[in-house]
Design a protein around this ligand. Structure first.
Ligand code: GLC
Length: 498
């Protein structure tokens, strides 16, 4: 038992109950590992119409949204591995889709208000609240701005994790008004942003410790190129900023035991992986010749580098390889890739769906895994690919830079291929290296073995979070005794826009 901290983990989505992206995986997996380390952890997420999970009523209370009251019903998931609470309200969460509604800022403002009320309703006093992304960030403002009325809030340390800085929850001042905090909080050094309310800023300005989901990403957030307009705010909190890479669920993603594979294997039995490749190609209607097989499992959104991926698919086919895509998303990209499949039948397979079994077989049966993301705070697929011995080819950014070591320089240490400049030329050079190594069986199997032996479990990241929770508590103590100012306040820049 390494810790007896009480931690409340707050997120918009969480596996296995509901998942849109990597955030859902993190919320489902990190708390589980923390629990193994002795942490008394609870999860709270919004309810959703699409959740099919047995729950038990825990209580209800009114939530004052400034101009009206809405009822919050709290239900607990029955037999959850980590105690998990769903915040429900028919108007806000009785619909499908976690994100993408016009009233998202209002829905998540309600969520934060409801969690805030819930702490009091159940007299729950966590040592640390771990917030994730903009949807949960205003809770940090609520806790800190209401310390006077609720003195025990002083004791709660706040850790805020950023999984994506691009989505900031920018909305009108009317949303800010829902929180019922003093009007003076609506200023640039706190949550105001060009006349709007910026939820992400609440997390950045009020948390004791801020983490990005990889070291490179945390560093990149400080720059105009990757700061999405908030680089100034991130810089002002630089001393509180850390980077912790995500893990993956290594029991679920394990080629030795994966029941969804035709053949299970480890790095000593790579012939079985080859057999999985043969079967996969057959299932997806690809020609049966022995050529390098490239794959991508991705949401079809621009930041995943789909413009480069389209060019890469054509290049691969022209060089004699094959390409598989699995994923769904924006219609524009769905059409782009469908057209490619029509143009190159037998060489390109496009699967516009979310299909877990297919994903496992693609991770296992492919030779190379493509991730040319424009930006990638952490990335999870490259970790899974490596574990299955499928060599990642990635844009050297964010978590991809931290987890994939370039094999291009033949140092005998690489686990994949990386390219530094976001361009088709640079990507093609990396693809060329992949075609090259495919012909050299012993070099390829060395590379596969190194990729498979990368340690990607949650063990280490969970321990890092544990020590950051302690650090957040210390920072919170310091704040109480000395007061903490943002860099702008210290420099007397006051209200200037960043
Ligand atoms: C977001 C990021 C992704 C990261 C995930 C989990 O989806 O875009 O890079 O892996 O969050 O932290």
């Amino acid at each position: 038992m390494e810790s007896n901290l009480k931690v409340l983990f707050v997120a918009a989505e969480c596996t296995p109950y509901i998942k849109v992206g990597g955030l859902g995986d993190v919320a489902g997996e990190l708390p589980l590992k923390l629990k193994e380390l002795g942490v008394d952890v609870n999860i709270v997420i919004p309810a959703n119409k699409d959740m099919e999970v047995p729950t038990q009523y825990k209580g209800d209370f009114p939530v004052n949204l400034g101009w009206r009251n809405e009822t919050c019903v709290v239900r607990e998931v029955i037999n959850a591995p980590v105690p998990t609470y769903l915040v429900d309200n028919y108007h806000y969460f009785g619909r499908s889709g976690v994100y993408g509604h016009r009233d998202d800022p209002e829905r998540f403002a309600f969520f934060c208000m409801a969690v805030y009320e819930m702490l009091q309703h159940f007299d729950y006093k966590p040592d640390v609240i771990h917030l994730n992304d903009w949807h949960t960030a205003p809770l940090a403002m609520l806790i800190r701005e209401n310390e006077r009325e609720h003195p025990h809030f002083h004791e709660i340390a706040l850790l805020y994790t950023i999984h994506n800085l691009e989505y900031q929850g920018v909305s009108g001042r009317n949303i800010f008004a829902m929180f019922g905090v003093k009007d003076v909080v609506f200023k640039t050094t706190k949550v105001e942003y060009y006349g709007c309310f910026n939820a992400m800023k609440a997390g950045l300005n009020y948390a004791d410790i801020i983490t990005g989901v990889s070291k490179t990403f945390s560093h990149q957030m400080l720059s105009p190129e990757h700061g999405f307009g908030l680089e100034g705010v991130v810089q002002s909190r630089k001393s509180a900023l850390r980077g912790v890479i995500n893990g993956i669920n290594t029991s679920l993603w394990n080629p030795e035991t994966d029941a969804l594979l035709v053949n299970t294997y480890n790095s000593e039995g790579l012939l079985k992986k080859r057999e999985n490749k043969r079967q996969l190609k057959k299932d997806l209607g690809l020609d049966e010749k022995d050529v390098p097989l490239f794959a991508s499992v991705t949401r079809l959104v621009p930041n995943k580098g789909l413009d480069l991926l389209e060019g890469a698919a054509e290049y691969i086919v022209k060089e004699g390889g094959q390409f598989i895509l699995l994923g769904s998303g924006e219609k524009y990209y769905e059409n782009v890739f469908m057209r490619l499949m029509d143009r190159y039948p037998g060489s390109i397979s496009v699967n516009l769906e979310f299909n877990n079994a297919k994903a496992h077989r693609i991770y296992s049966g492919s030779d190379f895994f493509l991730m040319p993301s424009r930006y990638e705070p952490c990335g999870i697929s490259q970790l899974i690919a490596m574990r299955y011995g499928t060599i990642p080819i990635v844009h050297k950014t964010g978590g991809l830079a931290d987890t994939v070591l370039d094999a291009g320089k033949n140092t005998g240490e690489g686990t994949g291929f990386t390219f530094a400049t976001y361009s088709m030329d640079a990507f093609q050079r990396a693809l060329k290296k992949a075609f090259g190594i495919y012909k050299d069986e012993s070099a390829l199997s060395g590379l596969i073995k190194r990729a498979m032996s990368r340690e990607s479990s949650w063990e280490e990241p969970a321990r890092e979070y544990l020590s950051l929770y302690e650090e957040a508590r210390k920072e919170n103590q310091k704040r109480k005794t000395k007061g903490r100012k943002t860099l702008f306040e210290e420099k007397g820049k006051g209200e200037s826009h960043i």
